[in-house]
Ligand binder design. Sequence first.
Ligand SMILES: [Zn+2]
Length: 61
Amino acid sequence: MHAAGAEHVFDSFECAIHRMAPRCEHWGCTVIGHGVQGDGRFFCCPHCAKAKGVTGVADHA
Ligand SMILES: [Zn+2]
């Protein structure tokens, strides 16, 4: 973090993460790191998946 250029690249990288990160279908929040996937849909937590009627979700936490 000793160059302005590096900081700019890091900003872009962070934006890329937000762009590519799946969104929880229940809350619409960005799912980064861990989340649950079921029925081809992403959720931030098993609770949201169940709220949407998705059962047997794979918990990546
Ligand atoms: Zn959620």
